[in-house]
Write a protein of this length. Structure first.
Length: 89
Protein backbone atom coordinates (compact mmCIF):
# COMPACT_ATOMS: atom_id res chain seq x y z
CA UNK A 1 0.00 0.00 0.00
CA UNK A 2 1.53 3.38 -0.97
CA UNK A 3 2.33 5.65 2.01
CA UNK A 4 -0.29 8.25 1.03
CA UNK A 5 -2.99 5.58 0.86
CA UNK A 6 -1.88 4.11 4.19
CA UNK A 7 -1.99 7.57 5.77
CA UNK A 8 -5.54 8.09 4.47
CA UNK A 9 -6.69 4.73 5.86
CA UNK A 10 -5.09 5.47 9.25
CA UNK A 11 -6.88 8.82 9.26
CA UNK A 12 -10.20 7.02 8.58
CA UNK A 13 -9.55 4.73 11.55
CA UNK A 14 -8.62 7.64 13.82
CA UNK A 15 -11.71 9.59 12.77
CA UNK A 16 -14.17 6.70 12.99
CA UNK A 17 -17.73 7.83 13.72
CA UNK A 18 -20.83 5.70 14.02
CA UNK A 19 -23.35 6.64 11.36
CA UNK A 20 -26.67 7.98 12.72
CA UNK A 21 -28.63 5.05 11.24
CA UNK A 22 -26.14 2.35 12.33
CA UNK A 23 -26.72 0.04 15.25
CA UNK A 24 -23.82 -1.16 17.40
CA UNK A 25 -23.31 -4.33 15.37
CA UNK A 26 -23.04 -2.38 12.11
CA UNK A 27 -20.66 0.16 13.65
CA UNK A 28 -18.47 -2.63 15.09
CA UNK A 29 -18.32 -4.38 11.70
CA UNK A 30 -17.50 -1.09 9.94
CA UNK A 31 -14.67 -0.38 12.40
CA UNK A 32 -13.21 -3.89 12.08
CA UNK A 33 -13.34 -3.54 8.29
CA UNK A 34 -11.38 -0.28 8.49
CA UNK A 35 -8.73 -2.05 10.58
CA UNK A 36 -8.52 -4.97 8.15
CA UNK A 37 -8.04 -2.60 5.21
CA UNK A 38 -5.00 -1.14 6.93
CA UNK A 39 -3.08 -3.85 8.81
CA UNK A 40 -0.12 -1.47 9.22
CA UNK A 41 -2.07 0.91 11.50
CA UNK A 42 0.30 0.28 14.46
CA UNK A 43 -2.47 0.79 17.01
CA UNK A 44 -2.44 -1.09 20.29
CA UNK A 45 -5.47 -3.16 21.22
CA UNK A 46 -6.44 -0.57 23.81
CA UNK A 47 -6.11 2.29 21.31
CA UNK A 48 -8.45 0.42 18.95
CA UNK A 49 -11.04 -0.07 21.70
CA UNK A 50 -10.85 3.60 22.73
CA UNK A 51 -11.08 4.86 19.13
CA UNK A 52 -14.12 2.69 18.50
CA UNK A 53 -15.78 3.70 21.77
CA UNK A 54 -15.12 7.41 21.20
CA UNK A 55 -16.60 7.17 17.70
CA UNK A 56 -19.90 5.80 18.96
CA UNK A 57 -23.02 7.89 19.43
CA UNK A 58 -23.55 8.94 23.06
CA UNK A 59 -26.67 6.77 23.65
CA UNK A 60 -24.77 3.66 22.51
CA UNK A 61 -21.82 4.54 24.76
CA UNK A 62 -24.21 4.90 27.68
CA UNK A 63 -25.70 1.47 27.00
CA UNK A 64 -22.24 -0.11 26.81
CA UNK A 65 -21.22 1.62 30.03
CA UNK A 66 -24.11 -0.01 31.91
CA UNK A 67 -21.80 -3.01 32.23
CA UNK A 68 -18.97 -0.81 33.51
CA UNK A 69 -17.21 2.05 31.77
CA UNK A 70 -15.52 0.69 28.64
CA UNK A 71 -12.43 2.93 28.95
CA UNK A 72 -11.73 1.58 32.45
CA UNK A 73 -11.99 -2.10 31.46
CA UNK A 74 -9.19 -4.34 30.28
CA UNK A 75 -8.98 -4.74 26.52
CA UNK A 76 -10.32 -8.29 26.72
CA UNK A 77 -13.28 -7.30 28.93
CA UNK A 78 -14.07 -4.28 26.76
CA UNK A 79 -14.07 -6.38 23.58
CA UNK A 80 -16.29 -9.03 25.19
CA UNK A 81 -18.79 -6.35 26.26
CA UNK A 82 -18.80 -4.73 22.81
CA UNK A 83 -19.16 -8.06 21.01
CA UNK A 84 -21.93 -9.31 23.31
CA UNK A 85 -23.89 -6.07 23.03
CA UNK A 86 -23.33 -5.93 19.25
CA UNK A 87 -24.81 -9.41 18.88
CA UNK A 88 -28.11 -8.20 20.30
CA UNK A 89 -28.31 -4.78 18.65
Amino acid sequence: CPPARTAKKIEEINNFQQEPNENLYQAWEQFKELLMKCPQHYLTKMQKVVLFYNGLNVPIRQILDLRGAIPSKTVADAKVTIQEMAKYS
